[in-house]
Ligand binder design. Structure first.
Ligand code: LHQ
Length: 271
């Protein structure tokens, strides 16, 4: 991964609840949280902190204002699209979006996306990279890339067909049309749609539930599922046995079994 400069600007708001939920709020509301350099590096830093801090046991990603994230900031100089410059989008993706998507998919803690408004381009890709998505009724998804002559990036060509099937994904990526929350729910692109004013309480309650769960098992199931996406059954089953071996050695497995036998709720500590 690229080395990420630290930033002290206000493009991101980060809060950690007593229950261990790190809420990360993309915070450029006037630009529908379009991703400029500062925002991308702040997000990478926050996700790295979430990965290594044992006090963080779940992550909630959302946007400030009426948008979730409008994707790459098309006005940013860093993409070099100005007249006479040669854009180096590959470099921009490697430095900024690759780490973000990789972290969202590989941090061994549950990641909930609270999609509060439009999620376009790489903004939609970030939502797709979350483990589960709760959408507000006014949320929408736009594969905006094709409208500016690009391929869907930040993992969209990888994740979208896996979420909704190849045929639907191709149609969405080639049309660039807006998918509203109810259609997103119907096609399995989001897990739940709630009234706008209930989004954060619903998403935070879910993330809090996860934060009180067996954190290592959540992490290991992400590891196993990621592996299952790119290998045959035989290979996967062997991998699964190794991963379950690890899960079986956690304190939370012992606690889960003890709680079952003693007919009481489990008190998972994440250990
Ligand atoms: C924006 C943006 C934006 C800057 C709204 N940038 N200002 C690409 C290149 C390089 C490397 C890596 O990856 C990528 C991947 C990508 O993400 S490519 C796709 C980039 N995103 C888009 O093409 C979406 C562009 N935005 C839109 O189409 C619309 O804004 C949507 C449909 C999202 C929302 O429309 P409205 O609700 O009508 O809002 P709006 O258009 O009026 O936007 C509000 C403000 O946000 C406005 O600023 P202003 O100062 O005029 O009020 C927009 O300019 C700004 N904004 N998206 N991506």
């Amino acid at each position: 991964m690229a080395t990420t400069p630290r930033t002290d600007d206000q493009t991101l708001a980060v809060d950690i609840s007593p229950a261990g939920v790190m809420t990360i709020t993309l915070n450029r509301p006037d630009k529908l949280n379009a991703v400029n350099d500062a925002l991308s590096y702040a997000l990478i830093d926050a996700l790295k902190t979430a990965r290594k801090d044992p006090a963080v046991r779940a992550i909630l990603l959302t946007g400030a204002g009426r948008g979730f994230c409008a994707g790459q900031d098309l006005e940013s100089r860093s993409i070099g699209a100005e007249k006479g410059e040669i854009p180096h989008l590959g470099q921009s993706i490697r430095n900024r979006y690759m780490p973000i998507i990789t972290l969202l998919r590989t941090i061994e803690k549950p990641v909930v996306g609270a999609v509060n408004g439009v999620a376009a381009g790489a903004g939609a890709s970030m939502a797709f990279a979350c483990d589960v998505r709760i959408a507000a009724e006014s949320a929408s998804f736009i594969q905006a890339f094709i409208k500016v002559g690009l391929i869907p990036d930040s993992g969209a060509c990888f994740m979208l067909p896996r979420l909704v099937g190849l045929g639907r994904a191709m149609e969405l990526m080639m049309s660039g049309r807006k998918v509203k929350a109810d259609e997103a729910l119907q096609m399995g692109l989001v897990n739940q749609v709630v009234p706008d004013d209930e989004l954060m309480t619903t998403a935070l309650a879910l993330a809090t539930d996860y934060a009180q769960g067996p954190t290592k098992a959540f992490g290991l199931l992400k590891r196993a599922t990621n592996r299952a996406m790119d290998c045959d059954l035989e290979t996967y089953l062997a991998y699964e046995a190794d991963v379950q071996e690890i899960a079986g050695r956690t304190a939370d497995f012992a606690e889960g079994v003890a709680a079952f036998v003693q007919k009481r709720p489990a008190n998972f500590t994440g250990a």
